[in-house]
Design a protein around this ligand. Sequence first.
Ligand SMILES: Cc1cc2nc3c(=O)[nH]c(=O)nc-3n(C[C@H](O)[C@H](O)[C@H](O)COP(=O)(O)O)c2cc1C
Length: 196
Amino acid sequence: MTATAEPSWRASLVLALYRNRHVAQSRYLQLATVRRDGRPANRTVVFRGFLGDSDRITAVTDLRSAKAQEIQASPWAAACWYFPMTREQFRLSGRAVVVGEASGEEDARRARRDIWRELAEATRHSFTWPTPGEPRNPSVPFVETPTDPEAPLETFGLIVLDPVEVDHLELDGNPQNRWLYHRDDADRWLAREVHP
Ligand SMILES: Cc1cc2nc3c(=O)[nH]c(=O)nc-3n(C[C@H](O)[C@H](O)[C@H](O)COP(=O)(O)O)c2cc1C
C-alpha cells in the first residue's frame, strides 16, 4: 500500500468532472442508503460540489423524503458515478449526514444556504410541494408563490457524504485500470492499484 499525502481519488474525480463537463448527466450519481428493514434503497441525485476543500460530497434533498429519513436512522451510504466521455466509474462509500436549518456543522449549514441560493427557482420551488412519496391528492394545492433565495425552506436539506472507501475504475486502457482507496484511522488515504 502506498500512503498518499493528497487523496488522489479526489484529484481524479475533479479531473473526470472537468473532462465530462459538456455532458450534463455527468453530474448525476446514484446514491444508495439502507432502509429500516435492512434492504438497500437507491436513487439518482445531482452532485452539488465538494464541501469546501474537503473530500465530502454534497447533494440536496427534501427532508421529508425517504432517503433523508434513512440516513438519519443509518448513516452508511454508497454512491456510484459513471462518466460517459472518459468511461470511468467511481464508487464511494462512507457515512452521510443530512443538514437542515438547525442541524449539522457550521460549514455544512453555510453550504446549505449557499446551494439554496444558487438553485434554479423551479428546483427551489419543488421544496414547497406536498410530502414526497405520499399518495397523490388533487385537493392538496401546489403553492404558486416564488421562494426567497436568501431563506431556505425548512423542508430543504443537504446530504453530505464523507467517503472512507473509493473504487475508481477506468474502462479505457487495455487492460483496464482500477484503484482502491481507503481512509485509515489517522484520516490518511491509502491507495493501491488492483486488477480490474
Ligand atoms: C436526473 C435526476 C436527478 C435527480 N436529482 C435529485 C436530487 O438532487 N435530489 C433529490 O432529492 N432527488 C433527486 N432526484 C429524484 C430522486 O432520484 C428520487 O426519485 C427522489 O429523491 C425520491 O427518492 P427517495 O424516496 O429515495 O428519497 C433526481 C432524479 C433524477 C432522475
